[in-house]
Design a protein around this ligand. Structure first.
Ligand code: UT7
Length: 334
């Protein structure tokens, strides 16, 4: 029997802003159509956090409060909180710290992780290291994005893509044989920094009138280059984790992919030899919520999962960052 701790997700909760921006409304803002967006991307609508003065920590804290309530956990029982985000409240302090303050989590430490749309994979791997080593016993992993804060709603090539949301997951140790995070393959390639970035606002290009005028505080994406890399690398790494663990498409209950583009998701599922029913998709409702998209799928489809189900998490994003995880679901969801 394997007596080493493994990291398991024991509960999941989400916060979604009420405001819905649909393709109809977008087509009045930029030169686009529902037909183009649905056929090229697959997004119908996305949630937007509209209120001034609220950032990613607001959504993250609301998700954490729901998680604590659902699990009957006192804030002081949490020993660590990580937050994966590319849209932190501020460059510093970390959004993780702000979420702790807003939720009364005072016996924990933690920090933010920036890994683009692979944010969940990279932060879950980090979380698992603390859990496996015994250094953390009860951790909350938050993934949260206010992508609308850096989306240019005059740029039709990027504004249909993104949405806002936050998810909080309880991560705990188990010694149960076979359950939890079993394997990961993660990659970075800094060449990607030329194709998907928010240029200004950091230390290389601090905010100036010039950067504002040039709209450099918004997301820039060379869509086709990112698309080509995403399709091949996300599919390759998903097949690689299957081969490495001798998994066939029959062994896999569900692929839980990053929700960037329907066509990328379908290409990945096809390369893995999966039937359509095994590929979980909610991009139409929420768009691309970056590192939050995989947790948002887990949250939405949680009731489908049975104890022992093999899930493959796969993502590709800014950096470039990409990877896949082999995870065995640990409970029957009610
Ligand atoms: O999550 C992080 C990783 N990100 C991704 O994985 C995203 C990867 N990229 C993509 O998903 C796609 O590249 C996009 C959805 C962003 C764009 O789709 P595409 O099929 O690559 O379109 P394109 O950029 O090649 O543009 C095709 C045409 C162009 O017109 P012309 O030059 O052929 O006349 C664009 O101007 O579509 C035009 N176009 C639009 N038309 C209507 C671009 N955006 C729009 C739009 N509505 N919103």
């Amino acid at each position: 029997m394997n007596t080493r701790n493994k990291a398991v997700i024991t509960a999941v909760e989400a916060f979604l802003p009420d405001y819905i921006l649909d393709n109809e409304m977008l087509s009045k803002m930029v030169d686009t159509t529902d037909e183009w967006i649905m056929s090229r991307i697959g997004v119908k609508e996305r949630r937007i956090l509209k209120e001034d003065g609220l950032g990613t920590s607001h959504m993250g804290a609301e998700a954490v409060k729901k998680l604590l309530e659902k699990t009957g956990t006192k804030p002081e029982e949490i020993d660590m909180l990580l937050c994966a985000t590319v849209s932190p409240d501020m460059l510093f302090p970390a959004t993780a710290n702000i979420i702790c303050d807003k939720t009364g989590i005072m016996n924990a430490w933690g920090y933010d992780i920036n890994a683009g749309c692979s944010g969940f994979l990279f932060s879950f791997e980090t979380a698992a290291s603390f859990i496996e080593s015994g250094r953390s016993k009860k951790m909350i992993l938050v993934t949260g994005e206010r992508m609308s804060a850096m989306t240019d709603y005059t740029d039709r090539t990027t504004c249909p893509l993104f949405g806002d949301a936050a998810v909080a997951m309880m991560i705990e140790p188990t010694q149960e044989d076979g359950a939890g995070l079993l394997d990961s393959i993660l990659h970075v390639d800094g060449v990607g920094r030329h194709f998907l970035y928010q240029k200004a606002g950091g230390s290389m290009y601090p905010p100036t009138e010039e950067t504002l005028k040039n709209r450099e505080h918004y997301i820039y994406q060379d869509g086709q280059t990112v698309f080509k890399n995403a399709v091949s690398r996300m599919a390759d790494v998903s097949v690689e984790i299957m081969e490495k663990n001798s998994l066939t498409s029959q062994d896999i209950a569900y692929l839980v992919p990053h929700q960037a583009n329907m066509r990328i998701i379908e290409a990945t599922g096809k390369r893995m030899g999966l039937q359509k029913e095994k590929i979980l998709i909610n991009i139409a409702k929420f768009g691309n919520t970056a590192g939050t998209s995989i947790p948002l799928v887990i949250w939405e489809f949680e009731k489908k999962f049975k104890k022992g189900d093999v899930l493959i998490f796969s993502a590709f994003g800014a950096g470039f960052t990409w990877g896949s995880m082999y995870y065995k679901w640990a409970y029957d969801s009610k």
